[in-house]
Design a protein around this ligand. Structure first.
Ligand SMILES: [Zn+2]
Length: 265
C-alpha cells in the first residue's frame, strides 16, 4: 500500500464529503507529498486533518497548496478556484481552521503579507464564491451544504479583511501575537492634536472647502501611513506596525466623518 493510499483510507468522513475514486485520489496526494519535499514552507497549511489517534510521525501530512492550480481528488478535473470545491463531481472539502486568509484566497503570504494585489484578490474571491456559494449546494445534501456555508463565510471574511489596508494590518498583527484592541491609544501628541482639530472642524464648520481640504490632507496622510505599514511589515517591526495601524484607524475615522459631513451638506 502506498503512503498516498493510506492517506485516502484515513480521511475523516466529516472533512471529505464525496464518493472518491481511489486512483484519482492517489494521484493528487502523490503530487501533494511531492510538493512537500520540494517546498517545505507549505507544510504549515495542511489540507486534511488526520485523526490524532491514528496519525503517525512517519506519515507526512498532505498539503493543499492554494497558490497553484490544483485538481479535484475525486474526478481529477482542474479545480476552478483556490478552495477545494468541485462543481464537476460535486465534491467539497473542509480546510484547516488555521489556514491563512492569503492561502485561502490563493495569494502568497511571503515575503510581505501586507502587499496584496487587489485585482488578483477580487478575481480569486469571485472564483472561490462561484464554487462554494451555499445556494449551489442546496440539492447536494446537508453535509455538503454545511461545508459550503462554512467555506463561503470564511472566503467572505478573508476577502473583506485583505481588501482593506487597516484590517489587513490588524490581521498581520494578530498573526504575530500583537492584536489590536479598541482601547489602543497613540503616544504621538502632535498627531492626536491634529486629529482633535480635524474633529472640531467637522463639528463646527459650515465651509465645504475647509472640509474638502481637510479630507484631501487626511487622504494623503493615510496613503503615507499605508506605505509606512508596508515597510514595517517587511522589517517585521511589529510594535511600530501596531502604532502605525492605530494612527491609520484614527485617520479612517476622520475620513469617514468628513465624507458623512459632505453627504449632509
Ligand atoms: Zn471533481
Amino acid at each position: 500500500m502506498t503512503v498516498a493510499s493510506r492517506f485516502w483510507r484515513l480521511l475523516s468522513p466529516s472533512l471529505c464529503i464525496s464518493s472518491p475514486s481511489p486512483p484519482a485520489a492517489r494521484n493528487v496526494f502523490n503530487r501533494s507529498i511531492f510538493s512537500i519535499s520540494r517546498s517545505p514552507t507549505l507544510i504549515t497549511t495542511s489540507f486534511i486533518r488526520i485523526p490524532r489517534t491514528r496519525r503517525s510521525i512517519h506519515q507526512p501530512t498532505p498539503v493543499y497548496d492554494t497558490t497553484v492550480p490544483s485538481i479535484c481528488p475525486s474526478c481529477s478535473k482542474p479545480l476552478l478556484s483556490s478552495v477545494p470545491a468541485c462543481t464537476k463531481c460535486w465534491t467539497i472539502f473542509s480546510l484547516p481552521g488555521d489556514l491563512s486568509y492569503h492561502h485561502l484566497l490563493g495569494l502568497p503570504y511571503e515575503p510581505n503579507p501586507f502587499v496584496v494585489d487587489i485585482p488578483t484578490l477580487k478575481k480569486h474571491f469571485r472564483e472561490a464564491q462561484s464554487v462554494c456559494h451555499p445556494d449551489s449546494w442546496v440539492s447536494k445534501g446537508n453535509d455538503k451544504q454545511q461545508v459550503a456555508e462554512a467555506l463561503s463565510a470564511r472566503v467572505n471574511h478573508a476577502y473583506q479583511t485583505l481588501l482593506n489596508p487597516l484590517s489587513r494590518a490588524e490581521y498581520i498583527l494578530g498573526h504575530n501575537h500583537l492584536p489590536m484592541s479598541e482601547s489602543d491609544q497613540v503616544d504621538d501628541m502632535e498627531f492626536m492634536a491634529d486629529i482633535m482639530e480635524a474633529r472640531e472642524i467637522i463639528e463646527d464648520t459650515e465651509d465645504i472647502d475647509e472640509v474638502t481640504r481637510m479630507m484631501e490632507d487626511t487622504d494623503s496622510r493615510m496613503k503615507q501611513t499605508v506605505k509606512e505599514i508596508e515597510s514595517l511589515v517587511e522589517k517585521h517591526s511589529w510594535s511600530e506596525l501596531k502604532a502605525a495601524a492605530i494612527r491609520l484607524r484614527y485617520l479612517e475615522g476622520i475620513e469617514r466623518a468628513a465624507k458623512q459631513w459632505l453627504d449632509n451638506h
